[in-house]
Design a binder for this molecule. Structure first.
Ligand code: COA
Length: 255
């Protein structure tokens, strides 16, 4: 249990709100576990029919909590981050996302697993792994080229620059753009419409739309192994300490 993930049932939609505004909704291990629990709750035969993930009005999530990356961690086995990623990637429950403000790192890559993504005009997206001396995660090295082609995927993952809603719509990461502060309202309408569909047929449709789960699971696990190795690199440590100390990284420490 954590107060940083709030779950509320609205008719047959489980609204899951990332709620750690003082740290820009950066995700801790407890928060990953709570997100996994929420999806599992919806997987029950009589559970909520759709999960709607959202953040605050000014930030979706700043991604993984960088301070937790500074301790020795291995993202393998039943590590909460890996459990969440595998649950997100393999569940048959439809997932809708409503994005306001920044969606950084896993905040962007988790969207690759959502069935409908609505983003407000103030939303921004980024895959900054490379700038932290890290590598892609959440199956993004597989899903992003499938979504938008190799060149664009390489641009997004090799430069790590932030991009806005228009580009997110063009690459297919986002399905609809809404006015600022309206993404949740619109997402809830869509989620309820999905929740009105026959449950078994809807889940089967998602399964059919997302074949090759074994390949995706294997990629997520291998990315996490690489991620674990790169977390220990001098470049990653310097980049993360520099962020926490609010300074530019010393690039002489990069390999
Ligand atoms: N992990 C831990 N703490 C984080 C965080 C993260 N990923 N992102 C933000 N925070 C914390 C900051 O340290 C700061 O804490 P403090 O007030 O105790 O010093 C607080 O949240 C506010 O962050 P700040 O950077 O001042 O907000 P901003 O509005 O200027 O910028 C972001 C917002 C999201 C653009 C910026 O915080 C950011 O780039 N965060 C890091 C994103 C990142 O690299 N994520 C990891 C990807 S793998």
């Amino acid at each position: 249990m954590t107060e940083h993930i709030l779950c509320e049932l609205n008719e047959n939609v489980l609204i899951v709100k990332i709620n750690r505004p003082q740290k820009k909704n950066a995700l801790t291990l407890d928060m990953y576990s709570a997100l996994t629990d929420a999806i599992e709750q919806a997987e029950a035969d009589d559970g909520p029919r759709v999960v709607l993930i959202t953040g605050s009005s000014d930030v979706f999530t700043a991604g993984n909590d960088l301070s937790s990356f500074l301790s020795d961690i291995e993202i393998v086995g039943d590590h909460p981050t890996l459990r969440f990623l595998l649950k997100l990637a393999t569940t048959d429950v439809p997932i809708v996302a409503a994005v306001n403000g920044a969606a950084v790192g896993i905040g962007t890559t988790l969207l690759l697993h959502c069935d409908q993504v609505l983003a407000a005009e103030n939303a921004t997206f980024s895959l900054p792994f490379i700038n932290l001396g890290l590598v892609p995660e959440a199956g993004s090295s597989l899903l992003l080229p499938q979504l938008c082609g190799y060149q664009k995927a390489a641009e997004l993952l090799m430069f790590g620059d932030s991009f806005g809603v228009d580009e997110a719509l063009t690459v297919g990461l986002v399905g609809k753009i809404t006015a600022v502060d309206k993404s949740l309202e619109h997402a809830l309408v869509i989620a309820k419409k999905l929740a009105d569909k026959p449950r078994a047929a809807l889940r089967k449709t998602k399964q059919l739309l997302r074949p090759d789960k074994e390949l995706l699971v294997a990629r997520i696990e291998s990315e996490c192994k690489d991620f674990t190795v790169f977390l220990q690199s001098p470049a990653a440590k310097e980049a993360m300490i520099a962020f926490m100390e609010r300074r530019e990284p010393d690039r002489s420490k990069f390999d």
